[in-house]
Design a protein around this ligand. Structure first.
Ligand code: PLP
Length: 216
């Protein structure tokens, strides 16, 4: 068995052993790795993959998705508005929805392309200087706009905790915000902190290096 599959299966059983009864979706974040390298996990039957750049994802996944229509592709990185059309064409989930201009563009293109994507709103918990994520104070209004004005299918919130900080507080706060909006899905947790994220209610974990190895 390939190392990638062994690592993936180990993570899966670790998650199962936590004993939560709701399904936890593992997004295998394959950014920087070639399709050849990722392929064993596709052949293994895994369906959810994540990328953080539209162009790289197009090269790797446009044809692959045509050949395997069950594959689900997740955009986990910062999305520029001028890439919205290409993103709608390729992705099934977008985890980085964080401003009205981007939301408008996505709504426009999914209408014209007759697609209906799933979205997570990325929230900037703690309002640190990092650029991505909608500030907590604007979250309610933005959520209502996305759902009621432009009909985006919002699954839940997404957060990336800043490095060197206590992740528990960030996950806990994000879970509370998610509940306050009556949302039922959460995109939290990466290789270093997915167990903590799941304990705080996450059901979409975005795992790269623990599956594929370190990125050069
Ligand atoms: C790269 C990336 C991940 C995966 O990170 P690992 O630490 O390698 O698991 C998860 N989420 C986002 C947004 C990323 O850019």
């Amino acid at each position: 068995m390939s190392t990638i599959i062994e690592r993936f299966e180990k993570i899966k059983s670790k998650i199962t052993s936590l004993g939560f009864n709701k399904p936890i979706n593992i997004i295998a974040v394959s950014k920087t790795f070639s399709l050849d390298y990722i392929k064993p996990l596709i052949d293994h039957g895994h369906l959810h993959f994540g990328e953080n750049k539209v162009q790289e994802a197009q090269v790797k996944w446009l044809e692959t998705k045509k050949e395997n229509q069950n594959l689900k592709l997740h955009m986990v990185g910062k999305l520029q508005t001028n890439k919205a059309k290409d993103a709608v064409k390729l992705f099934d989930y977008i985890h980085s929805l964080d401003n009205p201009k981007l939301a408008d563009a996505l709504a426009k293109y999914q209408k014209s392309l007759n697609k209906n994507l799933n979205y997570f709103i990325q929230v900037n918990v703690g309002n640190e200087i990092q650029k991505s994520g909608i500030p907590v104070g604007e979250l309610d209004a933005f959520y209502n706009y996305c759902v009621n004005e432009i009909n985006l299918n919002i699954l839940g919130l997404m957060v990336i905790p800043p490095i060197d900080q206590n992740v528990d507080n960030f996950f806990k706060t994000t879970n509370t915000l998610n509940k306050s909006l009556a949302l039922e899905n959460l995109s939290m947790g990466m290789s270093a902190d997915y167990i903590a994220a799941i304990k705080h209610g996450s059901n979409f974990v975005r795992i790269g290096s623990s599956i594929f190895g370190s990125r050069s």
